[in-house]
Write a protein that binds this ligand. Sequence first.
Ligand SMILES: NC(=O)c1ccc[n+]([C@@H]2O[C@H](COP(=O)([O-])OP(=O)(O)OC[C@H]3O[C@@H](n4cnc5c(N)ncnc54)[C@H](OP(=O)(O)O)[C@@H]3O)[C@@H](O)[C@H]2O)c1
Length: 313
Amino acid sequence: MEEHMSELRRVCVTGAGGFIASWLVKLLLSEGYKVHGTVRDPSNDKNDHLTKLDKATENLQLFKADLLDYNTLETAISGCEGVFHVASPVILTGISNPEEELMKPALVGTRNVLKACSEANVKRVMVVSSVCSVAFNPDWPHGTIMDDSCWSNEEFCRAIEHWYSLSKTMAEKEAFRYAQETGLDVVTLCPSIVIGPLLQSTVNVSSFLLLDVLKGSSDLIEKDRNWHFVDVRDVADAALMIYEKPIQIGDLFDMLKNIFPGFKYPENFRGLGVDLHMSSEKLKKIGWKHRTLKEAISDSVQYYEEAGLLNLE
Ligand SMILES: NC(=O)c1ccc[n+]([C@@H]2O[C@H](COP(=O)([O-])OP(=O)(O)OC[C@H]3O[C@@H](n4cnc5c(N)ncnc54)[C@H](OP(=O)(O)O)[C@@H]3O)[C@@H](O)[C@H]2O)c1
């Protein structure tokens, strides 16, 4: 039974040696997942930190894979219930061939990862996109909060030669297009500028943004912009929460059935006819934190069982 459970929690993280992915791998290992991490060069010292993570010896397996090489991705993803697609080139300056350096790995890479996910019957894919696929939209009403209905304008990105944003926008759109076409469960996360301690030995681009300012350079950062930063550990938490936490009502029942398979569940549900969107933002702003849906469900059902409530007619 234990082996069966651990088999169920096998996930793949693409680009495992990168800044965000390394923290995600660390988190997944600490949460009891078995992790397949893809790296382009397993023999490169820059990935050494991964094998030193807690539980890495037993639960982390590294696979040599390139986003442009479908077969390598298929091998890494095979046998996984979920995939965190994090790998994508992060290059902001010195780009001579945007198509080859950014667009191709982002777009073809996403397509390859998702295709390999379909082949492996992966249950959910968590794609790390970026605020860059949201924010470059000159038509968005000034002062209105940008949410998941706002997309960066591809033509605008081209015009200002913001190739990284173009690559992230195209890749995220492709992920949703693929999901719609195939029914694959794809969720995305759009972090802002990610900072925080590094697990890897090389310095990634977004860490340079802050480092450069501390060293007196302002090449990459403009003072009058409304910059948004997020801690890398919070990004890893968010990625795992989105992966684990059901967002749609259908998932609530899937979750119930997964945790408590022995009950007699209804075959059909009556639709309410309204799509409810409610907010607890005000509470969160004053520091309110809530338990996960999984915890609330598990504790409720456990209580019902112990209290004999499930035996009542
Ligand atoms: N840092 C931020 O502020 C930020 C904000 C929003 C979104 N993101 C997104 O988060 C993800 C990770 O970014 P990061 O900041 O952690 O950057 P990072 O440390 O540079 O990680 C990028 C990863 O992508 C891998 N990669 C690039 N091209 C590849 C290819 N052709 N095949 C296989 N792997 C490839 C790199 O592998 P190698 O080590 O082999 O080069 C590296 O592991 C990216 O998708 C990025 O767009 C980052």
